[in-house]
Design a protein around this ligand. Structure first.
Ligand code: URP
Ligand code: ZN
Ligand code: ZN
Length: 581
């Protein structure tokens, strides 16, 4: 596996040695009080009253929580999209993430239609390596389908450390795949042990509904939500789940924006399907009423796909599902455009570049709406902001946990402090913030990335390009353990039977496009064994159920029940019929 190598030989100084004293460590499974000693970017010791080598910088964390650094599973730094390019590049975007307590992002490398996936990956690797201030990895897009794409998926999995691929059911003509292509792509991902990510919205319907809204004279941002309402997201979510289940490929629904899409995921998980749901900071923190704001620019700032929902109880509902385990983890879909870029759609909402911010504020928004409200405890907070991402995307316990040997990506978190979110103080390149004015409990006091303090006293100390690529192997246990067992125990079995040697209808004799009225009607009465009580008499057939044991002896549950006369069976076992008896 070739991993862009960015390890440097850094001399051992106090900078490389950190001792965090007196804090309460919060992992996804438990909380406990201990000191943490870090050297060369790795957690070396955890314990009470640690004795450590001299020269280590000490940080007092008394009364504070120490949590694994946040992992943002969904960003689009500097992405070219809808006639422009996202303003948060890898530098500004990761700087903002670190200020908010996120120490790793998984960004999207989306090839253009017909572009080689490997070429797109190389381009994205160069961009991230030059600018990212925190560690990163990539989901690669499957934006078109061919045998060539299939081969490149294999190379990306086997040689480049990629194990997750994003597909789109929306953006018709740009990124959208059809169901048969999605099925084939999912089969290819399954073959490699990779995870299928899905943007689930019905692109055909969106196209038609956009035309309808524009014809009605609705050109403003509210047209965006009206043309892709909740059921359009729900239908595609369910369809993606069905296709993934047929391909037996684990599925991850990105940016869950509505109650009904979340319910579809919940239902599928309860049926045992392997599907994960990712709500984002935006869908958990704000709602879609903003699209109806009188100020065009304000309304346009919230335009993203799928849209935020005008049902104001949606964010709380998604948070409930995240807290109780029906949804598993969170990202942001950070894809930011300034007001002048959004204004590309001034006269037509379909041209407003889709995307919002979130990388800096996700941790605080989730603490505020999830922990401060009493919906989730700090351990669950860590699970949904960090640990579950590391498990699902297969880099646990390198990250996502505070334990000896793990990367020293962690945050000293003050659960009692508050901060007010604002475009004036955030560290994004974008000049608006969809969470403007929100006061959040839960503040990152210190962020440590690869053992270095990168955020302290509200000051950033980042190095452009210091972030390292995180290569990820296939067959993540979280996604594949069940599926690999099912592959062995749920193999479809054909019926071992004698070849049929009776007459076969000769279709050459049939009149074209018209079955003759005089043609003999198919009849089964002479061919089939007689029935008892209206059911086939299994004793009269050549098939002996008694050989299969007493449960299958052929006795019918209604053997002692008198047959009803004139009872119409619409859908008896074995197939639909309309025999009246
Ligand atoms: O509106 C969005 N979500 N923009 C980014 C592209 C995508 O669909 O994820
Ligand atoms: Zn998307
Ligand atoms: Zn996205």
């Amino acid at each position: 596996m070739t991993t862009p190598s960015k390890f440097r030989n850094v001399p051992k100084t106090a900078q490389n040695r950190l001792l965090i004293k007196g804090g309460r460590i919060v992992n996804a499974d438990r909380m406990f009080d201990a000191d943490i000693y870090i050297e060369d970017g790795i957690i070396r010791q955890i314990g009470e009253n640690l004795i450590t080598p001299g020269g280590a910088k000490q940080i007092d964390a008394k009364g504070k929580l120490i949590i694994p650094g946040g992992i943002d599973t969904h960003t689009h730094m500097e992405m070219p999209f809808m006639g422009t390019r996202a303003v948060d590049d890898f530098y500004h975007g990761t700087k903002a993430a670190l200020a908010g307590g996120t120490t790793m992002i998984i960004d999207h490398c989306l090839p253009q239609k017909n572009q080689s996936l490997l070429e797109a990956y190389e381009d994205w690797s160069t961009r991230a390596a030059e600018r990212a201030c925190c560690d990163y990895s990539f989901h690669v897009g499957i934006t078109w389908w061919s045998e060539e794409v299939k081969k490149e998926i294999e190379v990306l999995c086997k040689e480049k450390g990629i194990n997750s691929f994003k597909m789109f059911m929306a953006y018709k003509g740009l990124f959208m795949l059809n169901d048969d292509e999605i099925y084939q792509a999912m089969c290819a991902l399954k073959e490699q042990g990779a995870l299928a990510l899905m943007h689930a919205e019905n692109g055909h319907l969106i196209n038609e509904c956009c035309k309808k809204m524009l014809a009605l004279g609705i050109t403003g941002p509210e047209g965006h939500e009206l043309s892709r309402p909740e059921e359009v997201e729900e239908e595609a979510t369910t369809r993606a789940i069905v296709i993934a289940n047929q391909a037996q490929c684990p599925l991850y629904i990105v940016h869950v924006m509505s109650k009904s899409a979340a319910n579809a995921i919940t239902k599928a998980r309860r049926e045992g399907k392997v599907v994960f749901g990712e709500p984002i900071a935006a869908s958990l923190g704000v709602d879609g009423t903003h699209y109806w704001d009188k100020d065009w620019s304000h309304a346009a700032a919230y335009v993203m796909g799928p849209p935020l929902r005008p049902d104001t109880t949606t964010p709380g509902y998604l948070m409930d599902l995240l807290a109780n385990g029906d949804l598993q983890l969170t990202g942001t879909d950070n894809c930011t455009f300034n007001p002048d870029q959004k204004a590309l759609g001034r006269d037509d909402f379909t041209k407003i570049p889709n995307g919002v911010n979130g990388a800096e504020d996700r941790m605080s928004v989730i603490w505020e709406k999830g922990v401060y409200t009493g919906k989730m405890d700090p351990c669950r907070f860590v699970a949904v902001t960090s640990t579950n991402a590391a498990k699902i995307f297969n880099f646990y316990p390198k990250k996502g946990v505070i334990q000896i040997g793990s990367d020293a990506d962690l945050v000293i978190w003050d659960p009692n402090a508050t901060r007010k979110i604002s475009k004036d103080t955030h560290h994004h390149a974008v000049t608006v913030n969809i969470f403007e004015g929100m006061v959040c409990h839960g503040v990152p006091l210190v962020t440590i990335s690869n053992g270095r303090i990168v955020w302290e006293d509200e000051q950033l100390h980042v190095t452009q390009g210091a972030g390292r690529f995180v290569a990820r192997g296939v067959h993540a246990a979280e996604a594949y353990a069940k599926i690999l067992i099912r592959d062995k125990v749920r193999v479809p079995q054909g019926v071992d039977r004698e070849a049929y040697d009776g007459p076969v209808w000769n279709s050459a004799n049939a009149p074209a496009n018209n079955i003759s009225k005089s043609a003999p009607k198919p009849t089964f009465s002479q061919d089939r064994p007689s029935t008892r009580h209206g059911h086939r008499d299994l004793h009269a057939s050549g098939f002996s159920l008694s050989e299969m044991g007493p449960r299958y002896s052929g006795n019918q549950v209604d053997d002692n029940v008198r047959a009803k006369v004139g009872h119409k069976v619409l859908a008896p076992p074995g197939g639909k019929t309309s025999i009246i008896f």
